[in-house]
Design a protein around this ligand. Structure first.
Ligand code: ZN
Length: 398
């Protein structure tokens, strides 16, 4: 119909004249199902480069966010925590995959958040919830399975099982192969391409199941990632930060094995370097340590103020973070494989497809902490007090 055409409708004996533009294009309905699918280390531009057919079809029917801000450092564990809570590390308490916890004076591997997750909030509202390999949801769902982090077919099998046999209406799942192959072979490798296409096939089978059961149009799918992936740059920082501090006379530990009663500074490798002042009480000594780090070629040093602005935790993310400048890696320059953790990996995939979302739309920017409040708004469940993200403007139909 041409724009500006007038529709004349006879309804119950009355005649209405409606401008065509004013006719609602669709009726807004809330989804009955939410699939929260996270592909670990899935860089946004894999879509254009590799053109996975099933994911591309979903994107064509949904809303794609082109510039996605995830949490810093761009590591898996803090980002998974923030993806499923809608809160920053300062609130989730998860700042890194391994973090120094000051009050316990130890390094904690694989920290978990105690903050409410989207699964917990939906459960409170009466939803049946499940998760597949989405480890940060393990304790807040009704049903959990971990059939193989990087096995896309088994992940889809488990999602279908929860939908079919446990009557789950929310399922969070992780497809992990893109991260595994990205680390081993680098983002430009044939192995990453195969991982993307493998995940795509498994998603295609999931969509076929939903269509076969007649629930595809009642299902909201969000496909997102925790971080991107980069090849190691050729330019390397002047010196390893832990070595620079040791040379300047500080007693430094870089692992649990090295941590002892005399340790003054803990330095953890996370693509960036997290620097914790364990036992440096004098402000002048802290300044001296920061200056030693600032003199390293190819890095910048983020202090408390910068870290707060990034939503970092007030001590578990470190007192300082040494961040390589664009084009630099702190270690392994020119090496094989891939890395993340830096600002350069703030390029994860994010799209939504399903009821309540606009179709064939692109949004310039959003943050991963905005996903949870946006989904909750769709199904009219109030966000918990810990949610810090906001509803993504321009994504919803109304
Ligand atoms: Zn990851």
């Amino acid at each position: 119909m041409r724009a500006g055409a007038i529709l004349l409708l006879a309804v119950g004996g009355f005649r209405f004249a409606l401008a065509a533009e004013a006719v609602p294009a669709r009726v807004t309905t809330a989804p009955s199902y939410i699939l929260f699918l996270t592909a670990d280390g899935f860089r946004s531009d894999y879509i254009e480069r590799i053109q996975p057919p099933h994911l591309s079809a979903l994107i064509a029917e949904g809303v794609r966010v082109t510039n996605v801000t995830n949490v810093f450092p761009t590591l898996t564990t803090p980002n998974m925590a923030s993806l499923v809570t809608g809160a920053w590390p300062r609130t989730t308490g998860v700042g890194a995959n391994t973090q120094y916890v000051r009050e316990e004076d130890r390094l904690v591997n694989a920290p978990r958040t105690s903050v409410a997750t989207i699964a917990g909030m939906l459960h409170e509202a009466g939803w049946t919830t499940a998760a597949v390999g989405h480890f940060m949801l393990q304790t807040s769902v009704d049903h959990y399975a971990a059939p193989g982090y990087s096995d896309a077919e088994k992940t889809t099998d488990a999602i279908i099982d929860f939908l079919q046999n446990k009557h789950a209406h929310f399922v969070g799942a992780i497809y992990g192969a893109t991260d595994q192959e990205g680390h081993r072979h680098g983002p430009d490798s044939a192995e990453v391409r195969a991982a993307v296409l493998g995940i795509d096939r498994a998603i295609g089978r999931l969509v076929a199941y939903l269509k076969g059961r007649g629930i595809f149009e009642q299902t909201l799918i969000t496909f997102n990632s925790d971080h991107g992936m980069s090849a190691f740059e050729k330019q390397q920082a002047g010196i390893e930060p832990a070595q620079a501090l040791a040379k300047a006379g500080f007693r430094v530990a870089t692992s649990a094995a090295e941590l002892n009663a005399g340790t003054q500074i803990v330095v953890l490798n996370a693509g960036v370097r997290l620097v914790y002042f364990r036992q440096v009480p004098a402000e002048a000594e802290r300044q001296r340590a920061a200056n030693v780090l600032r003199q390293i070629d190819g890095v910048e040093v983020l202090g408390r103020k910068e870290l707060e602005a990034l939503g970092c935790h007030d001590n578990r993310s470190g007192d300082l973070i040494v961040s390589p400048k664009p084009g630099f890696t702190i270690s392994n320059a020119g090496g094989p494989g891939g890395l993340h953790g830096r600002f350069a990996e703030q390029n994860p995939i994010l799209f939504f497809r399903g009821p309540g979302f606009r179709r064939q739309a692109t949004i310039g920017s959003a943050r991963t902490v905005d996903i949870v409040p946006t989904l909750l708004r769709l199904v009219d469940v109030p966000p918990g007090s810990s949610v810090e993200g906001t509803v993504i403007a321009g994504g919803l139909e109304n």
